[in-house]
Ligand binder design. Structure first.
Ligand SMILES: *[C@@H]1O[C@H](CO)[C@@H](O)[C@H](O)[C@H]1NC(C)=O
Ligand SMILES: *[C@@H]1O[C@H](CO)[C@@H](O)[C@H](O)[C@H]1NC(C)=O
Ligand SMILES: *[C@@H]1O[C@H](CO)[C@@H](O)[C@H](O)[C@H]1NC(C)=O
Ligand SMILES: *[C@@H]1O[C@H](CO)[C@@H](O)[C@H](O)[C@H]1NC(C)=O
Ligand SMILES: *[C@@H]1O[C@H](CO)[C@@H](O)[C@H](O)[C@H]1NC(C)=O
Ligand SMILES: *[C@@H]1O[C@H](CO)[C@@H](O)[C@H](O)[C@H]1NC(C)=O
Length: 334
């Protein structure tokens, strides 16, 4: 037997639900996080998602994971968190595990649906490297690069791509486990550019990392070239010294007069010339200068002329001696 008034109440409820259906829905169910993405570089694993925005109250998030081996979902250290990221970096010896993550938003007892990620295997999906170059040694025909391993993995290998800067013909080294690798058979005094990348071996697969930024370095000069430089430097130095010597010589010649002045006692002008100089038109000054110039000339010539004079003098006396001797011999003969 239907109760009176039940039908209108039902009607009212239907009307209410028609009037405000979104509000009722949002209380029962939160929107799920969007753009749920895994970022992994060098085995540092991060799950990130876009925040769920509500008018009131702060939404919390919970992340769970499960591995390929065990199908149960397990809590991580990301339960009831307010941040929109979860660091799920795990120990090295689990990096080959296949892992799936899921995240949901929570507001009190109201929860969103779980959003699941794709399967993730750190060994295969993490971005390896690139290694950081810490040193470049150059020889005339090679460059030796030293770099840091980007992660602590014993299956790491490295490869270098390189080219002469002026051309673009690229070469690649072999994969090597050594953190010091040589680019060989290069030209001397030439700029080479290179990029480096690392990879890890994962069972039968390999995870090859991206190339590093481009570094450039110049090869050294060969011994022959260096010897050439030394010769050139030596010649330049010698020429410089000679030029300097000549300049010094000319300098001392030019200022000979000045030098001489400093080494001579002060020159006193005799009284009668002083009076003469007081005369407004003084031809004496010119005369004095001429005298000085002549004196200089005489100075430099005097030694030579003295020597020649003495030689002719000696020769003259010798001749007279010989003459007188021969004359005396002749007189003895007669
Ligand atoms: C999700 O990512 C897309 C593309 O990157 C962007 O347009 C969108 O706004 C993001 N959604 C949220 C809720 O941030
Ligand atoms: C958000 O607002 C609704 C209605 O206004 C209220 O019932 C609910 O308790 C609020 N939630 C929080 C976390 O404050
Ligand atoms: C959670 O954090 C604690 C300490 O911060 C750490 O000992 C534990 O290993 C972490 N658990 C997981 C699953 O990361
Ligand atoms: C997370 O929040 C829920 C509800 O608020 C609570 O029942 C649970 O114990 C919390 N878990 C942790 C690990 O804090
Ligand atoms: C994630 O956790 C690892 C290990 O605990 C730590 O080394 C790393 O810095 C963390 N990364 C971020 C982005 O917090
Ligand atoms: C690797 O796994 C072994 C056992 O499975 C464990 O004893 C060891 O602590 C793990 N290594 C790390 C770095 O977690």
């Amino acid at each position: 037997m239907p109760r009176p008034g039940a039908a209108p109440l039902l009607c009212l409820l239907q009307l209410l639900s028609l009037l405000e259906p979104p509000a009722a829905d949002s209380l029962l169910q939160l929107p799920a996080p969007q753009n749920v993405t895994i970022y992994s570089n060098n085995y540092q694993n991060l799950l990130r998602w876009a925040p769920v925005k509500l008018d009131n109250g702060s939404v919390l998030y919970t992340v769970q994971s499960r591995t390929g081996a065990d199908n149960r979902w397990v809590e991580m250290n990301c339960t009831n968190i307010t941040k929109t990221e979860c660091n799920f970096t795990h120990p090295d010896n689990k990096s080959y595990w296949t892992i799936t993550l899921r995240v949901r938003a929570e507001l009190g007892q109201v929860k969103s649906d779980w959003v699941e990620t794709n399967k993730f295997v750190a060994d295969q999906n993490t971005i390896i490297g690139p290694p950081v170059i810490v040193n470049v040694d150059s020889t005339p025909d090679s460059l030796f690069l030293s770099f840091l391993p980007p992660v602590n993995k014993n299956t790491l290998q490295y490869l270098v791509r390189y080219w002469e800067k002026s051309t673009n013909e690229q070469h690649e080294t072999q994969w090597t486990k050594n953190t010091r690798t040589g680019l060989l058979n290069l030209k001397q005094l030439t700029v080479y550019c290179f990029q480096i990348r690392a990879k890890v071996q994962v069972l039968l697969n390999e995870n090859i990392g991206p190339l590093s930024e481009t570094y450039c370095h110049k090869t050294a000069a060969s011994d022959a070239t260096r010897a050439g430089f030394v010769v050139v430097i030596f010649v330049v130095a010698t020429v410089t010294v000679v030029i300097l010597a000549i300049v010094c010589f000319l300098f001392t010649q030019k200022f000979n007069q000045v030098v001489k002045y400093w080494f001579q006692p002060p020159f006193n002008i005799p009284e009668h010339i002083k009076e003469y100089l007081k005369d407004p038109d003084m031809p004496v000054l010119e005369e004095l200068q001429n005298n000085c110039a002549e004196e200089d000339l005489w100075d430099s010539l005097s030694v030579v002329s003295n020597a020649e004079g003495s030689q002719t003098l000696i020769r003259g006396t010798l001749n007279t001696n010989v003459h007188s001797d021969s004359r005396s011999i002749e007189s003895e003969k007669t």
